[in-house]
Design a protein around this ligand. Structure first.
Ligand code: BGC
Length: 332
């Protein structure tokens, strides 16, 4: 009898423990706010969710349909009122997000920026690509491909997000060294609508019969330009330097339609974003900041780095993707 009672008490204790730790998990919610749906952000989402599983916390990832500044502001405000304990945000407009970021920080909700920054806000740190440098790398690659001469169109998904602005600035600064390369106007901006991206690239080819290249700033732009180049029958004549890696990019690089792409490490943006928010909540802000890299202005920036992928190093890059556990259906 006494034995049965002991067993019962043990079972009850296990149930109570499981229930109470279950409740604890429910209490911690972190939010990750991206800029749009699509293959690039799926990888960020996976990184954030993997970190959430490791830490046993709930991570909600929200991706607007396309670049949508009011929706981002509304999402941060909603998450504040829902009592989220931290957020990693990719602002579609650095200034428009200052007020919601600061109001979260005033309520002791730690906010980090990932992928694209809002440096005038009180965010704690930025985790992502050094976009100016990455844009410069793209510009240098373009100049090499064009042998210092030609007409280039720039296509992007945003004219407000800081990463897009910085990439274009870095690109232009690199191109300045080559007076015989002309960047045509206007910038082709699709607000991350793929069909519009293709249409704009087609119009640019029609209006500029002597166009030599596209610089694709966002994930859709390289493949969209490739579609336009193909339908104009100008394969090999119009070059493409793009950003990001999807299966489509890998295939187009292999086919020679995309000459080079700047691959970002967006899995780490989601993964590290959640990990650092959690560290702040567990160990406090000061001790977390001590473990983060600080630049000469005293700002906390985690540069996740980039790789330049071309047909020459495609095989090595696929091996790297396998090593990192990044899924791809494209095989050589
Ligand atoms: C990324 C891009 C990506 C885009 C798509 C950006 O913020 O850095 O490279 O293509 O989001 O939404």
């Amino acid at each position: 009898m006494c034995k049965i009672l002991k067993v019962l008490l043990f079972i009850m204790a296990v149930v109570i423990f499981a229930f109470s730790s279950g409740c604890k998990t429910e209490e911690i919610h972190y939010g990750v706010l991206g800029k749009s749906i699509g293959p690039y952000w799926e990888v960020v989402k996976k990184g954030a969710e993997d970190a959430g599983k490791e830490l046993n916390v709930k991570v909600m990832v929200f991706l607007p349909q396309k670049e949508d500044i009011p929706k981002q502001v509304e999402t941060v405000e909603t998450w504040i009122s829902m009592g989220f304990k931290g957020m990693a945000i990719a602002p579609s407009d650095p200034e428009a997000l200052v007020s919601p970021i600061n109001s979260a920080m005033e309520r002791n909700i730690p906010i980090l920026t990932i992928d694209t920054d809002s440096p005038n806000s009180n965010r704690i740190c930025y985790i992502g690509t050094d976009n100016y440098t990455a844009g410069k790398i793209a510009g240098e690659k373009m100049a090499e491909i064009l042998r210092g001469q030609g007409k280039v169109a720039i296509a992007t998904g945003s004219l407000t997000a800081m990463n897009s602005i910085e990439r274009m600035k870095g690109f232009r600064d690199a191109i300045k060294e080559y007076p015989e390369i002309e960047i045509i106007k206007p910038i082709l901006c699709d607000n991350e609508e793929t069909s519009k991206a293709v249409e704009l690239a087609e119009i640019a080819i029609l209006n500029n019969p002597d166009l030599d290249a596209f610089f694709g700033v966002y994930v859709f732009n390289g493949p969209s330009a490739a579609k336009a180049v193909e339908s104009a029958g100008k394969e090999g004549e119009i070059h493409i330097v793009s950003f990001d890696v999807t299966d489509e990019h890998l295939k187009l690089i292999n086919e020679g339609l995309i000459d080079a792409t700047i691959a970002q490490k967006q899995y780490m943006m989601g993964y590290e974003g959640v990990k650092i928010i959690h560290k702040i909540n567990k160990n406090g802000l000061e001790s977390t900041l001590d473990s983060l890299p600080k630049n000469e202005d005293g700002d906390y920036i985690i540069d996740t780095g980039v790789e330049v992928v071309t047909k020459e190093n495609l095989e090595e890059y696929l091996e790297l993707m396998d090593k990192w556990g990044v899924e791809h259906t494209f095989q050589l």
